[in-house]
Design a binder for this molecule. Structure first.
Ligand code: HMG
Ligand code: MG
Length: 304
């Protein structure tokens, strides 16, 4: 009898995707503490920060001190976002070993987010990839607006597939498919994922849902049924993209872990520790919890 449990790898994006959208200033020490707490919860991948232009994302202008202050745990990846060669130089100087490049399936969005169209962004990424290879970095790729664009509206699946394929051909180890504004629903999410999987191996695809319309968990479930085994999420449901009007927070990591525990799918993440971390960061940021799990005391939580 095969007793191996099914497993999903969660990519925790709270310190980057979460904090990039925070209106109030978050102290560097709080960011470092958040990353370290998340790694201590059992996450194997915690996206730490962004080496983007501080004029565009002032919230993450302290990327260097964040990386310098980090005490890394063995076996944990700490990817950082890199938009261009200047960002790559900064990331390498800061000791990053894992980077993430990012574009979208719609030029209407990339123009707002990174000031170029999709084709130009892929050319930019190709230059970053060449140099990342020389530095021995591992590179994750993001495709945004896979189920809808705040500026263009509907996004044809073929456009998503094409961008995912190019990122794969350029050498990204994994491609995360992002529903940036959270407009997707399960059947559409699954169809988009399966179309991408016809060009990029499913094992190299991840899904990244925002919860604007409350569909993120349902979308994850549909995509897990379709075979994906890497899911992005953000502790306490923090986040959103400042250049995507109407985007709310990401899927909350603790809600995701509860779902996966219930499905008997291994994550390696301690749910109680994660809920404590969600409540802690909510307090630090002066926020009311948005995730379902962060609102429930540990002692009262139902245990299946
Ligand atoms: P630009 O203005 O076209 O860039 O921005 P530029 O090359 O003309 O440079 C302008 C100035 O920025 C120059 O400084 C550069 O030195 C500086 P100045 O001469 O004016 O003093 N600069 C930089 N400084 C530090 N680090 C850098 C850097 N690059 C340029 N790396 C650029 C183009 C791409 C830089 C800009 O648009 C940018 O940084 N955008 C980032 C936006 C962003 O971070 N958005 C959120 C992340 S994406 C996301 O959240 C979606 C995701 O979660 C998935 C999903 O949900 O869909 C991943
Ligand atoms: Mg995002």
């Amino acid at each position: 009898m095969n007793t191996a449990r099914d497993a999903v790898r969660i990519v925790e994006v709270g310190p980057r995707d979460g904090l990039q959208n925070e209106a109030r200033e978050v102290p560097t020490d709080t960011k470092i503490a958040l990353i370290q707490r998340l790694a201590a919860c059992g996450h194997s991948e915690v996206e730490a920060t962004s080496f983007v232009s501080p004029k565009w994302i002032p919230q993450l202008a302290d990327a260097e001190p964040v990386m310098a202050g980090l005490v890394r745990r063995h076996g944990v990846r700490y990817p950082v976002l890199v938009p261009n060669e200047q960002g790559l130089d900064r990331a390498v100087a800061a000791g990053a070993q894992d980077i993430a490049v990012f574009t979208a399936a719609s030029s209407a969005f990339t123009r707002k987010n990174i000031n170029c169209d999709v084709v130009q962004s892929l050319q930019r990424i190709a230059r970053v990839m060449d140099r990342a290879r020389d530095h021995g970095l591992s590179v994750r790729g993001y495709v945004s607006t896979v189920l809808g664009c705040p500026y263009q509206g509907a996004v044809p699946i073929k456009d998503v597939v094409q961008v995912a394929r190019v990122l794969h051909e350029l050498g990204c180890r994994e491609i995360s498919l992002g529903d940036t504004i959270g407009v997707g629903t399960p059947h559409k999410a699954r169809a988009m994922l399966e179309a991408c999987a016809s060009e990029v191996p499913m094992a190299q695809l991840a899904v990244h849902f925002h919860d604007t319309y409350g569909q993120a968990l349902a979308n994850v479930f549909a995509c897990i049924e379709a075979g994906v085994r890497v899911v992005d999420a953000s502790v306490a449901g923090l986040g959103g993209c400042p250049y995507a009007q109407g985007a709310s927070g990401n899927l909350a990591s603790e809600d995701l872990v509860y779902l996966l525990n219930g499905l008997g799918i291994e994550t390696g993440v301690d749910l109680d520790a994660l809920c404590d971390t969600a409540r802690w960061i909510n307090t630090e940021l002066g926020r009311e919890p948005v995730s379902k799990l962060a609102r429930i005391e540990n002692a009262r939580r139902f245990r299946a």
